[in-house]
Write a protein that binds this ligand. Structure first.
Ligand code: BES
Ligand code: ZN
Length: 451
């Protein structure tokens, strides 16, 4: 046993208690009703960092505060900036949880709570690794920390403030622990994230809901129009049917594709776990490529009209849809938003009007190189810590601010996280295993001293 494993074992009970304290905050950024809970969570984090020896600051904003800290270290070593988020997704549907989402519960070696993994659990093992490294008097680089409270809902404050904080964020390495492993027990370096942009569609028809007998066959139903607009956004071959959508898409290098295919998505395994065939996206491309290297357009919500019990014969006055796009290397979020929203504007059938609303350019894709020196240092640390080579994964999900944060801070991004498929992030009964908490701690304690 290493001294760090010893330290973990002798402090695990306290770690669990502190982790639970962190998880009890209802830091739901999507809902303003939880603003005070978010602020309290940020203050808890700030105190925690101060307890680890950090010089801390709470950066207020018009929305939610950011937590910042610096722990001065060996100036000869590259400065590390750690990014994470303290906000969580709404816990809905709450009645699907086996224990309440904000009453963290340890069952069978897993901590159940909203945020147990995404991202509080992963931030927490980073903090506990720093505690252990500090206690051991390790020769550490200067560590800076920035933890935002709006990753799950637009990253407003960090987007607006970032350039102004450039000096404070200056770093050589940008470390992020908000991703997962390919499969249990396999250390994984994430080599890419897709970007994201989203907006809403409204289709407007008559001023008010109408009797569908009196006006059926006379007034065009806005929900019928909405359905045909939404259906027209994809071609039968699964590709996005918006002219120009793929124009700026850069193809992955043959080298990246080859490495990605060494650790492919297992369609049989995933199909079995999800209870569905993997038929989404562009036909003819393997799932690994579709998820890691190709952009998509998704309908996240659609509605309008009568949704209650029984039937109601009505031509509703309007319908809505919520659309998001995952973007890849080469695609600019603002430009793609404009392209798709303008296209949709042209689709309104006579007798309806289309509005596109609430555009959010979350952030562009991020693409890293296996050859990057920081990836190679991490590879060696993972090999030493876990006794096996890591695999490299091109992720389909997004951490919207990372690309911009890398640019502004100057830090080389390093995305290594320990989430597992079964953690059910964003869903009811989110959890994170103690095993993965320890794996994350083991990675951080192995990596930081050798940087
Ligand atoms: N931690 C996730 C991103 C993630 C998920 C990375 C799974 C690797 C595997 C992050 O908190 C997240 O959920 N991002 C959102 C951003 C969106 C709300 C703007 C996403 O990807 O949907
Ligand atoms: Zn998330």
């Amino acid at each position: 046993m290493t001294s760090f494993q010893d330290y973990y074992a002798s402090n695990q009970d306290r770690f669990v208690q502190e982790w639970k304290d962190f998880l009890r905050f209802k830091s739901i950024s999507a809902d303003e009703a939880y603003k005070a809970d978010c602020v309290a969570c940020a203050e808890w984090l700030e105190r925690h960092l101060a307890g680890l020896g950090f010089q801390t600051e709470l950066w207020p904003s018009a929305t939610l505060p950011l937590v910042y800290g610096v722990l001065p270290g060996n100036p000869k070593k590259p400065t590390v900036l750690f990014y994470g988020h303290y906000d969580v997704q709404p816990p809905d549907p709450v009645d699907h949880w086996h224990s309440p989402p904000f009453e963290p519960t340890l069952r069978d070696g897993r901590m159940y709570a909203r945020g147990a993994q995404d991202n509080k659990g992963q931030v927490f093992y980073f903090l506990k690794a720093l505690e252990a490294l500090g206690a051991a008097g390790a020769d550490l680089p200067t560590i800076k920390v920035i933890i935002e409270g709006e990753e799950e809902s637009g990253s407003t404050a960090i987007h607006l403030g970032l350039e102004g904080w450039a000096e404070k964020l200056k770093a050589d390495v940008l470390m992020v622990c908000d991703t997962g492993v390919l499969s249990p027990g396999v250390p994984t370096v994430t080599m890419g994230l897709r970007g994201i942009a989203h907006f809403d569609i409204k289709v407007l028809g008559p001023k008010i809901d109408l009797h569908s007998g009196v006006y059926g066959g006379v007034v065009l139903n806005p929900l019928q129009a909405l359905a045909s607009v939404v259906a027209s956004l994809h071609a039968p071959d699964g590709s996005v049917a918006v002219p120009g959508f793929y124009d700026k898409v850069k193809k992955p290098s043959a080298e990246d594709l080859a490495i990605a295919n060494e650790a492919p998505i297992n369609p049989v395994e995933i199909s079995a776990a999800l209870g569905v065939e993997l038929t989404g996206g562009e036909h003819g491309l393997p799932a690994t490529e579709r998820r890691g290297f190709r952009p998509t357009l998704e309908v996240n919500g659609i509605g309008g009209g009568y949704q209650g019990a029984g039937n109601k014969t009505v031509i509703p006055s309007e319908g809505f849809a919520k659309i998001s796009m995952r973007l890849v290397d080469g695609q600019d979020p603002e430009e793609t938003l404009r392209l798709v929203m303008n296209h949709i504007q042209t689709l309104a059938p006579a007798g309806t009007r289309i509005e596109t609303l609430h555009p959010v350019a979350g952030g562009p894709a991020l693409l890293l190189s296996v050859k990057a020196p920081v990836v190679q240092s991490a590879r060696k640390a993972l090999l030493a810590a876990f006794g096996r080579e890591p695999v490299y994964l091109w992720e389909g999900a997004s951490i919207p601010i990372v690309a911009k944060l890398a640019k502004v801070s100057g830090g080389q991004p390093l995305l290594i996280g320990f989430g597992e498929e079964g953690d059910m992030i964003h869903a009811p009964n989110e959890s994170f295993s103690l095993k993965q908490l320890e794996a994350g701690y083991r990675y951080v304690t192995s990596f930081l001293p050798v940087l």
